[in-house]
Design a protein around this ligand. Sequence first.
Ligand code: PLP
Length: 380
Amino acid sequence: MEGFGTLSIHTSQEPNPINGAVCPAIELSTTYVSNKSNFEYSRCSNPTRKILEELIARTECGKYGMCFSSGMAAISSTINILKPGDNILSIGDIYGGTHKYFSKVAEKLNNIKVIYVDLINIKNTLPDTLRNNPKITCIWLESVTNPLLRVCDIEEICSIAHKFNVMVFVDNTFATPYNVKPLNLGVDIVVHSVTKYLNGHSDVIMGCAITNSETIRDKLKFIQSCVGAVPSPFDCYMVIRGMKTLHLRMKKHAENALEVAEYLEKHPKIERVYYPGLKSHPNYETTLKQMKTGGGMVTILLKGGLKESTVFLGNLKLFAVAVSLGCVESLAELPATMTHGSIPREERLQLGITDNLCRLSVGVENIEDIINDLEQALRK
Ligand SMILES: *Cc1c(COP(=O)(O)O)cnc(C)c1O
């Protein structure tokens, strides 16, 4: 099989047989004359979207890919394949929006209960948990958690889950298929916020789901066309374009993030650095086994509290203080008041999301400029 970069650039993109164009067309037509092709109506299937869906599936080593109008639309669609009354076993520190969807929509409207557990150190307890609760039909993971950047052993969790006929879904947004391909480790569905690294340029909101199972594919395709949360052909084109440099961007993100992590670990004003690629990270061994690099995200604990964090963020010049991540530009944010602000304070502190915890999405700018910016902001 071709290498990751080659696949990202070429999958499903033969030059146009009529005019020779090397880039795919943005196919805006909503309807298609019958008998000319397999296309009928663009909510159900669209030529530009089809290219992207095949491309994303290929990079994840999956058979079937489906794109949705946002990461949350992809996540809610995958939850929609479960039955009312099912339970989900989830890691604790998940994306704030997923947490909100679980508690405010899945539990309230679909009677799907979500049980949060520590899935990092599970060897002994997971089989009993699954045996004692036959309502658990799905385990929800993030390949790198948010914001503590913990890494669980996906292969091990899948092998236990499948013994109990439990499916495993993984949000692979933070790691991307450049770093880990969860389907190869036994996962049933991979989802992404395509908004982040896959597109990479802060100009598209999109999500996707990938699977190797035909049964799951049929269910997801039904929801995709029935609910209709599909991305526009223009956005699909943008992501096809963005993904051509995914391998280059991810390599640089990881190089820069490692330098930032090593620099901050020695800094007197920093209490603690969480980066999966650092030896000091509690899941360093799993990272080595499972991931190509430590990724582009770095989480830090500043010495001090909310005041110190606010001053630090306020003094950054190159880093934009903003939610989101995975784009070419460096971003910084304070989960306690921004991305995870909707989680009740008690629960947030239990998850380790304290007021002095800042999350950095390290961009692909020149590393000297990134370090200089952190240096000057910490000095103040
Ligand atoms: C951003 C994000 C989402 C939600 O995606 P949207 O495209 O904003 O709807 C889901 N999971 C993770 C890990 C994210 O970072």
